[in-house]
Design a protein around this ligand. Structure first.
Ligand code: ADP
Ligand code: MG
Length: 291
């Protein structure tokens, strides 16, 4: 049976916008030693915008943009939405329909337009060497600004670099600092590049980060974190985060996250409110003293 102190802590949490799906999660929160955060949509707002669309010299800018956006129009990734939005603003022509589209989670998208084979995604998706030989320096400069850099390739030739910027939530830094004061080790897990991840992690004040993390690798990193810290939480918002949320001792979902994340999580932050995590831990520690 549920203890009165637990019940009162759960209703206290609900009033503050923290939804506990059971008393056991409050108990687990009180023993928490480390928290892993997803980057996009969790530490950041998750609404990236295209800041730079750089087409290879000599190629037709509008044609490349039209084709890249036509492919991204078939993907549901937040980066894809941003490219489509950008094209709608800058192009007069309409989209065309690509064929054989493959949305490769954690990597990018592949499709055919007529006889052209296209790939849009991270450097490793199109081949790291090709990516670094194209416009050397530009990609790394953009990444140092915390922008996500994506490459568009047509028939083995890199035709464009797309930079996208997603802003760190204004409350992220304070929320993380508060957790660190509580003695909790904080880290970020992301599929993004090392350089971009470094910039976002620094701005967020997390203790550490792991970049170029494939969706299935997030689970392995979480298992490792559990070995090292025993009691670990994961905070995320996306479909891709669900396996890691389930692996953690406490899965915490952003309230405006995807349904799968909300269903899998043990705790839901009703307004995407990261500072509520420290409050929830405080609440659980106080409750534990009473029980
Ligand atoms: P995160 O862990 O940051 O949410 P994902 O695992 O979803 O990122 O994606 C990792 C990387 O794969 C992105 O940073 C991007 O470079 C590339 N990528 C994935 N999907 C797409 C897409 N539809 N268009 C362009 N790039 C993509
Ligand atoms: Mg996310």
């Amino acid at each position: 049976s549920i203890m009165p102190a637990t019940l009162s802590a759960i209703s206290n949490g609900a009033r503050k916008g923290i939804l506990f799906k059971g008393g056991v999660h409050l108990e687990n929160l009180s023993h928490l030693k480390a928290i892993a955060f997803d980057k996009t949509g969790t530490l950041t707002k998750g609404k990236p915008e295209v800041t730079d669309f750089i087409v290879k010299t000599g190629l037709n800018h509008d044609e490349i943009l039209q084709k890249a956006a036509s492919i991204e129009n078939q993907s549901t990734h937040p980066l894809a939405n941003a490219v489509v939005k950008y094209a709608n603003k800058h192009l007069q022509v309409s989209f065309i329909r690509p064929e054989g589209l493959e949305d490769v989670a954690g990597w990018g998208v592949k499709a055919k337009i007529g006889h052209e084979s296209w790939k849009i995604g991270k450097a490793a998706f199109i081949g790291k060497d090709e990516a670094s030989s194209f416009a050397n320096g530009i990609a790394s400069k953009l990444a140092q600004e915390g922008k996500t850099v994506v490459f568009a390739q047509r028939n083995e030739e890199i035709v464009a670099i797309i930079a996208l910027k997603d802003v760190v939530r204004t409350e992220t830094k304070d929320a993380i600092n508060q957790l660190k004061k509580q003695g909790i080790y904080t880290m970020m897990l992301t599929g993004d590049s090392q350089t971009t991840a470094y910039a976002i992690a620094s701005e967020s004040h997390v203790n550490d980060f792991i970049a170029e993390c494939l969706p299935e690798e997030k689970v392995n990193h979480l298992k490792k974190l559990k070995k090292d810290y025993a009691n670990v939480a994961m905070v995320g918002d996306g479909i891709n985060d669900a396996p890691a949320l389930a692996t953690a001792n406490v899965g915490i979902a952003m309230g405006e996250g995807t349904d799968v994340a909300l269903e899998t999580a043990d705790v839901v932050l009703m307004k995407n409110d990261l500072p509520k995590i420290a409050e929830a831990i405080e609440l659980s520690r106080r409750m534990n003293k009473i029980v």
